[in-house]
Every structure is written in structure tokens, then in C-alpha cells.
Write a protein that binds this ligand. Structure first.
Ligand SMILES: Cc1cc2nc3c(=O)[nH]c(=O)nc-3n(C[C@H](O)[C@H](O)[C@H](O)COP(=O)(O)OP(=O)(O)OC[C@H]3O[C@@H](n4cnc5c(N)ncnc54)[C@H](O)[C@@H]3O)c2cc1C
Length: 453
């Protein structure tokens, strides 16, 4: 069974994505170009992601004291993804993009999430670069964002700290001006950062030449104290390896050190890290402190970061959706194949009849239909939100504003609803596939007088 007919139905019959071609930005596109993108992503997901989903779960990332080691399959998958052009799919032609509607981009990314959400594609890198395109200076866009879109460098988002998870107003990472000429750096006002960032996805690896961290930190006031609340938070670009304005590595390692890899129950193909910024493990120009370049104005860091977090929320919702969808497809295949038991007719069960496939039992059918409804409904919600993003960016003023308001309501739901209900779908899938075993266990228990089922 293939996901493609569902995606095609949602994109074309329901969302009418081809009507976007009437807009100047998408005028060069056609059903054929949209299909070609989906075909390519479906093929890469099938060849480079799906066969290694189990492997990346069993070969967890590990640190050899110098480098983080990931399976070769992860390197190959991410290289294929970057070479497909998907990291910059929605960007302008002038910077190497395809000017693809976000709706089609999101649909194409669904194939990777279904094949192996664990390997991941480029959600954080694209989100990081998109944020810089919205809030960075021209030099920051050229040096950092363009090299992320090209797949040469990857990106992270560094918000959380050991004491600041949900409560970002408690961020304690400090950023101090770096020297008297700190305002004159062509990469942006230059600061030195000190602090710890916890739970940072893709915070350390060797998949790309450099890692561009976007870090929330506070600039102390004249009294040396950090400003309270979220309004005191600023945003900084902190590259793992320092670069010049021509985007060449200078050969200096920035003072960002891996304190440890977090062990995860799932999604183990992507590292999750505790990073120490500015502890002095890699002093820069003789001093401790990670070099960071201010993005936007001081105190506006969280507002800028939300640009990335909203995309990340739709991406996380899509990932949860496709985890459920993968479970539904596996359950369906199993239920069509597994013979067990017999239907109850007017005369009861006829043991002389051949066994039926479990999909024919009403309760299994009920669970499969619930899985299908949750997962296909969630995919519809994600793609509807993606269509609203296109409306917000390219629609007429009134429609764009309405889409923006609707997204404010729907984006948190697009993240949280599939995270809850597609997990429930997988629980149902588990119930359906273990029903036969459970039935046998019940029989054994009751025959010995035990009451467990
Ligand atoms: C797999 C994974 C990847 C991650 N990747 C990143 C990343 O790349 N970058 C990054 O910055 N962070 C990342 N995070 C961190 C994530 O954003 C935090 O886990 C999140 O902000 C919650 O913080 P916490 O885990 O410290 O939970 P806490 O804030 O301690 O919350 C614990 C519980 O208390 C509840 N709670 C907290 N405050 C309140 C309140 N005021 N009212 C009601 N309930 C409340 C929460 O809902 C939660 O159920 C990642 C986390 C995970 C699990």
C-alpha cells in the first residue's frame, strides 16, 4: 500500500494546490513539476531512508571522545536529501531555490518522515536558515543561510537550558560584548556567550562541515544583572567553527563543547545534546567564551525565534502524523495477511470453515478505521496549515491576514493533536496485531481459574 494516493487526493482534489500556479511566484510550476518533486522524494525515502530505519534505532549515536559517530546510512540519507534540493525548495530562484509552494514541500517531506523519522531530513536546518532570511542582515543571509540551504552546513535551535524548559524567561546564558570594536564585525555585533543548552537536537555530529547554532541568551544590564522575563532575551548566531565573510572556515574552533549525548527512547538517528558554550574548552583568540553574532535587535530574540519554532511545530506535527501513518500501514498489511478465528454466523462459529483474515473481524476493522481516521485526518490538518502558510505569504492582503490569524490558532494544534492521537493510533495498531495472542492468553488464564485477560 502506498501513501501517494492519499497525498495526491489531499493536494489536488481537496486543497486545489494547482490553483496556486495563478500566482506570479508559482507561475512556472505545473502538475508535472509538483509530481516530479513528489516522485523524487518518494524514491529517495524508499531507497535511502526506509531500509535503515531499524539500523539507526539500534546503532545509537555515540561519542568517541573526539567525534560523534553516526551510521554511514545517516550520512548517505542526508546527502541524498541535500542533493535533491529540498533544503531550499521554497526559496527564490536567485538563491538556488525552486519557488515551490510550501504545501507541496510539506507533502514531499511526509515521505521521509514515514520512511524514517529517526534519520530526519532538514527541518532544523531549513528552519534556522529561514529565520535568518527573515531577520538576518544581508551578510548573515549570504554567509550562513545560503550555506545551510545548500547542505554544506546544518543548523540548530538552542533555547532550552537545564533550568529553563517551558519557562524560557529563566534563560541564564550570558552574552557580553566582545572587545571595544564589537559593533564593527561585518558578521553582526560580536558577543561572547557563556552558558549551558540542554536537549539540543543535532547539536553535534560530523554530517556537515559546520554547525550553525541559533542561541537564545541575555545581555546583562549596566548593573551586571540579566534582564528578567522574555523581553530580555536576544538571539545569536554561534557557529561551531568560525568563518569569515566569504563563508570560508578560518581554522578556529569556536568555544562550543559537547558535554554529553542524551539517550532517547526513540528518534535515535538524530543526536540530542547538552552543549557548553564558553566554558573555555576551545578558547578563541586566547579567551574563553563562544563567539556569537547578534541577530535583529537586543531583547527581540524570542520574537525572532518564534519564526523558527512555528515551522518546527508544523514539522513536529507532521513527524508525529507520519509515525502513526507508518504504524497504520504496517497494521493494515498484517491484518490482511494474518488468518485467525472464524466469523460468528447465525449458527455460531463453524470450526470446519477455514480461518478468516483478522481484518474481517469487526473489532479489528474498527481499530484499523480509527487509525486511518486519526492519521489521514492529521495529515489533512498539516497540509491545510501548510496551505495557509502559502496563503499568508502569497495571498491578497485580506486573505493573507485571515490565514495568519487562523495559523495562530491552528499551529499549536497541528503540533499537539497528532502527537497525542497518532500515538493512540499506534496503540490501536498494537492492540489489533496482538489480539490473537491476547485471546490465547485469556483462554489459558481462564482455564486455570486466573482472572487476568
Ligand atoms: C526529543 C527532544 C528534542 C528536543 N530538541 C530541542 C532543541 O533542538 N532545542 C531546544 O531548545 N530544546 C529542545 N528540546 C527541549 C524541549 O523544547 C523542552 O523539553 C520543552 O521546552 C519542555 O521543557 P522541559 O523538558 O524542561 O519540561 P518542563 O518545563 O520541566 O515541564 C515538565 C512538565 O511540566 C509542565 N509544565 C511546566 N510549566 C508549566 C506551567 N506553567 N503550567 C502547567 N504545566 C507546566 C509541562 O507541560 C511538562 O508536562 C527537545 C526535547 C526533546 C524531548
Amino acid at each position: 500500500m502506498s501513501l501517494r494516493p492519499t497525498v495526491d487526493f489531499l493536494l489536488h482534489d481537496w486543497l486545489g494546490v494547482e490553483s496556486l500556479r495563478e500566482r506570479e511566484r508559482f507561475a512556472d510550476h505545473s502538475r508535472e513539476t509538483f509530481d516530479a518533486v513528489l516522485d523524487t522524494c518518494e524514491r529517495i525515502a524508499r531507497e535511502k531512508y526506509a531500509p535503515f530505519n531499524r539500523l539507526v534505532d539500534t546503532q545509537e549515536p555515540h561519542f568517541d571522545g573526539e567525534k560523534v559517530i553516526l551510521p554511514q546510512a545517516t550520512h548517505d540519507a542526508q546527502k541524498a536529501y541535500a542533493e535533491s534540493g529540498m533544503l531550499s525548495a521554497a526559496q527564490d530562484y536567485e538563491i538556488g531555490g525552486m519557488q515551490l509552494p510550501y504545501t507541496v514541500e510539506a507533502a514531499a517531506n511526509a515521505f521521509f518522515a514515514m520512511a524514517s523519522v529517526s534519520i530526519g531530513s532538514g527541518m532544523l536546518t531549513t528552519g534556522n536558515a529561514n529565520l535568518l532570511m527573515a531577520h538576518g542582515t544581508d551578510t548573515q543571509k549570504r554567509v550562513f543561510a545560503l550555506n545551510e540551504f545548500g547542505g554544506r552546513w546544518s543548523g540548530t535551535m538552542c533555547l532550552s537550558e537545564p533550568q529553563a524548559g517551558s519557562s524560557l524567561s529563566d534563560v541564564a546564558t550570558r552574552a557580553l560584548p566582545d572587545g571595544d570594536d564589537f559593533m564593527d564585525d561585518p558578521l553582526g555585533p560580536r558577543f561572547r556567550l557563556k552558558g549551558n543548552k540542554m536537549w539540543i537536537s543535532a547539536g553535534e555530529h560530523e554530517l556537515t562541515e559546520n554547525i550553525i547554532h541559533l542561541v537564545l541568551a541575555k545581555i546583562p544590564g549596566p548593573d551586571g544583572k540579566l534582564p528578567p522575563g522574555v523581553k530580555g532575551i536576544s538571539l545569536f548566531i554561534v557557529p561551531k567553527k568560525l568563518v569569515n565573510t566569504e563563508a570560508e572556515l578560518t581554522g578556529e574552533r569556536n568555544d562550543v563543547a559537547l558535554a554529553g549525548l542524551n539517550h532517547k527512547c526513540g528518534w535515535r538517528g538524530t543526536t540530542n545534546t547538552l552543549l557548553n558554550f564558553g566554558e573555555g574548552k576551545f578558547p578563541v583568540r586566547g579567551a574563553a567564551g563562544a563567539v556569537g553574532y547578534l541577530v535583529g535587535n537586543p531583547g527581540e530574540g524570542l520574537r525572532c525565534m518564534f519564526h523558527m519554532m512555528n515551522e518546527a511545530r508544523i514539522g513536529v506535527g507532521m513527524a508525529a502524523t507520519m509515525l502513526g501513518m507508518a504504524g497504520y500501514h504496517a497494521s493494515l498489511a498484517y491484518a490482511k495477511d494474518r488468518p485467525q478465528g472464524r466469523p460468528v454466523g447465525p449458527e455460531g462459529k463453524d470450526p470446519s470453515r477455514p480461518q478468516s483474515r483478522i481484518i474481517e473481524h469487526a473489532d479489528v476493522k474498527r481499530m484499523l478505521l480509527a487509525q486511518k481516521s486519526y492519521c489521514e485526518g492529521a495529515l489533512a490538518l498539516e497540509l491545510y496549515c501548510a496551505r495557509l502558510v502559502d496563503e499568508q505569504h502569497t495571498g491578497a492582503a485580506d486573505a493573507a491576514n485571515e490565514a495568519r490569524l487562523l495559523l495562530e490558532v491552528l499551529t499549536p494544534i497541528a503540533k499537539s493533536w497528532p502527537s497525542e492521537w497518532c500515538l493512540e493510533a499506534n496503540s490501536l495498531g498494537h492492540s489489533a496485531s496482538t489480539a490473537a495472542m491476547a485471546t490465547r492468553a485469556t483462554f489459558r488464564s481462564s482455564s486455570t481459574g486466573a482472572t487476568t485477560a
